[in-house]
Ligand binder design. Structure first.
Ligand SMILES: *Cc1c(COP(=O)(O)O)cnc(C)c1O
Length: 396
């Protein structure tokens, strides 16, 4: 069957919740993807920030194959070695104390919300605790995660949300302060907003929020699903601010292609919140997914991916800044490390389509932003190639 025929079939059987681009990817290698017609694409989206290692890393693939032959699933009624290894590495990399593995970022957020509510409940027995979330945030599509997602359009048709969520302005400390009261149990935010348009937290803001939380024993939940796992030049983006969360959510590049997420917490939170029976999952933390996580941490270290991001990011930013200077339609660049956005003066959707024609994958984010999330293995050569392809499109 041809690519076109597959797409026609897809639209007959798959629920239409995405306006997909008319491409069927068939194989991938390094930083390149190939569609069914054999067309090659340079990938600066990496499956929305997932494929940090690039495609087809042999050591990663071998680790997964070995795990398949050993044991694929056991359930959380028993222990398994990959989950123990993965948890140890995650705890070590983050400085957090306890891990709960989930199947996705959304579920990690759900767990984080439940943990914060339970922690507050155990302190005062109230059941009307409030959460402060941020405008233009994105935390996922389940009812709980959607309830703290600052995008009215995503929420509207699905009301009522879970209750007692208030929205502050990101990077506006006063707007957070004005919402804090004796019922507040948590503040949740992305360390660097992704879907909202690539907005890093200001240092003063995140420090200020931490201080408010410390004063009132409010839990700070940082969503590192997109900005974590080395993308910003530290394993987790909060590490560049020196502000540690009480609860943290991870996913996307955590498994580098295997669906897995996690929420982590400090000992203080762990010992004062969830107890057996409070939370669970069938697949979460299964040996296959955790073998992926475990290998990802090994390869991050072996290949010094964070060192690589630190080294190459200034070049990446310099090249993007060059585009801001050269093209009137581009207003500014925002971002850190390998999480970058160009602010356009109009919807850059057409740029994305034309870039695809030119063999380049980039994506959009909120507020007319063109978003770049290259695999962390991308080097100067690929950045040059990306800029060259993008310029061809911008010159049309
Ligand atoms: C993608 C994303 C999520 C949701 O993760 P899923 O794995 O799609 O459920 C949550 N938070 C942020 C910041 C994300 O970018």
């Amino acid at each position: 069957m041809t690519q076109q025929e597959y797409i026609k079939e897809a639209e007959e059987v798959l629920l239409h919740t995405y306006n997909r681009y008319p491409i069927v990817f068939e194989k991938a290698d390094g930083i390149y993807l190939y569609d069914m017609t054999g067309k090659k694409y340079l990938d600066f989206a990496s499956g929305i920030g997932v494929f940090a290692l690039g495609y087809g890393n042999q050591k990663y693939n071998d680790a997964l194959k070995e795990q398949i032959d050993r044991i694929l699933h056991t359930s959380n009624l028993y222990y398994n070695v990959p989950a123990i290894d993965a948890a140890k590495k995650l705890v070590h990399a983050s400085g957090m104390d306890k891990v709960f593995f989930t199947n996705s970022g959304t579920e990690a957020i759900e767990g984080a919300i439940k943990t914060a509510r339970k922690y507050a409940y155990r302190k005062d027995g109230r059941t009307d605790h409030e959460i402060i979330a941020m405008e233009h945030s994105f935390h996922g599509r389940s009812m709980g995660a959607l309830s703290v997602t600052g995008n009215a359009h995503y929420r509207e048709a699905f009301r009522p949300m879970i209750g007692h969520v208030k929205f502050a302005q990101f990077n506006d400390l006063e707007s957070v302060k004005s919402l804090v009261n004796e019922k507040t149990c948590a503040v949740i935010m992305e360390t660097v907003q992704g879907e909202g348009g690539i907005y890093p937290a200001d240092k003063g803001f995140i420090e200020g929020v931490r201080e408010i939380c410390d004063q009132k024993d409010i839990l700070l939940i940082l969503d590192e699903v997109q900005c974590g796992m080395g993308r910003c030049g530290e394993m987790f983006a909060w590490q560049m601010y020196g502000v540690k969360p009480d609860i943290m959510a991870s996913a996307k590049a955590l498994g580098c292609g295997v669906p897995v997420g996690a929420f982590l917490m400090t000992s203080k939170v762990a010992s004062g919140s969830l107890v057996p029976g409070d939370h669970g999952t069938t697949y979460g933390g299964n040996p296959f997914a955790c073998a992926a996580v475990s290998k990802v941490f090994d390869l991050f270290e072996e290949e010094d991916l964070i060192g690589h991001v630190k080294e190459v990011a200034p070049y990446f930013m310099e090249k993007l800044d060059g585009l801001v200077e050269k093209y009137d339609c581009i207003k500014e660049r925002r971002g850190v490390g390998f999480m970058q956005g160009l602010q356009f003066d109009c919807d850059p959707g057409k740029v994305v389509l034309k870039a695809q024609d030119a063999g380049l994958l980039v994506i959009t984010a909120g507020n007319h932003t063109l978003r770049f999330l290259p695999p962390l293995v991308a080097g100067k050569k690929e950045i040059d190639e990306m800029i060259e392809k993008l310029e061809k499109v911008l010159n049309i």
